[in-house]
Design a binder for this molecule. Structure first.
Ligand SMILES: [Zn+2]
Ligand SMILES: [Zn+2]
Length: 282
């Protein structure tokens, strides 16, 4: 099983997952033309998309779904509360949350996450491997962690740096909405979640839905990887997904870097500090 986050952020979200011969999209929040172009960048086309799974009804996750369903007959799957919010005559297969359903050689399960519309993360199993994705969530509480735990690859929201959001240009009301328990996950919250998932076999973590205004890929990856390293899980590969540039293929379960390759120098240790200064390592 492998995946590429094709595009991520408030301008449009879509993630392509494939296993054996079958492929699917989690969210289709870009025009059909743009989806076609992004798929081509990873060597795939709309013909490879056997289904679309929708996490919630916000247009940055759904706006291309109607065209895929109408023009290409791609089946759309959505859990309760998502279909009802879709605009246009999209025919949607209703699926229950927390119940696995079979799809293109994989099994997918939606689980609820807190956001300002009925919203779900999704866990996918195939080839004996598991991945999970959760973006657009205000908190990653124990319920969310339970659903994501044991996956070897995870796509998790790291929307904003809390200080950048606080100091940034957004109106107070919007700042409150973003940082509320039904808003979007911060880098710090993503780091906490990553530390909870790491001991259970996590190898690849893609940070997603980054704000262009209140975050940067370096800031998000630095915060999350720093926390993982502190906790002794520096071997987890952390990268950020951005808008309109697909991530490289991520092979679910590719071995993590052995821990002995993660050098750490404890502060206050004279030899460590000297080595740290010498090599510019902290
Ligand atoms: Zn969104
Ligand atoms: Zn949303």
């Amino acid at each position: 099983m492998r995946l590429s986050v094709l595009s991520s952020g408030s301008s449009g979200n879509a993630t392509y997952v494939e296993c054996g011969g079958g492929g699917l999209l989690i969210d289709a929040g870009l025009s059909r033309r743009r989806l076609e172009k992004l798929l081509a960048r990873v060597g795939r086309s709309l013909r490879d998309v056997g289904a679309v799974l929708l996490t919630h009804d916000h247009s940055d996750h759904t706006c291309g779904a109607l065209a895929l369903s109408r023009d290409r007959g791609v089946p759309i799957f959505a859990p309760p509360g998502v279909r009802e919010g879709l605009k246009g005559p999209v025919s949607v297969a209703a699926v229950e949350a927390e119940e696995p359903f079979a799809i293109g050689g994989m099994a997918a399960t939606f689980f609820g996450v807190p956001h300002d519309s009925p919203t779900y993360g999704v866990r996918i199993s195939g080839d004996g491997r598991d991945l999970a994705m959760a973006t657009d969530l205000g908190e990653a509480g124990s319920g969310v962690i339970r659903w994501m735990r044991g996956t070897e690859a995870a796509v998790l929201e790291a929307n904003h740096d809390p200080e950048w959001l606080a100091r940034g240009p957004y109106a107070a009301q919007l700042k409150r909405r973003i940082s509320s328990p039904n808003g979007h996950l911060s880098n710090r919250q993503a780091a906490q979640a990553a530390v909870s998932l790491a001991p259970h076999g996590l190898k690849d973590l893609v940070l997603a839905h980054l704000s262009k205004t209140n975050n940067s890929p370096a800031r998000a990856c630095g915060t999350v990887h720093g926390a993982l390293r502190e906790a002794g899980y520096g071997g987890v590969r952390v990268r950020a997904a951005i808008a309109n540039h697909p991530t490289p293929w991520i092979e679910v379960g590719a071995p993590a870097e052995p821990p002995e390759y993660t050098y750490r120098y404890a502060r206050g240790d004279a030899r460590g500090d000297a080595a740290g200064q010498l090599f510019g390592i902290e």
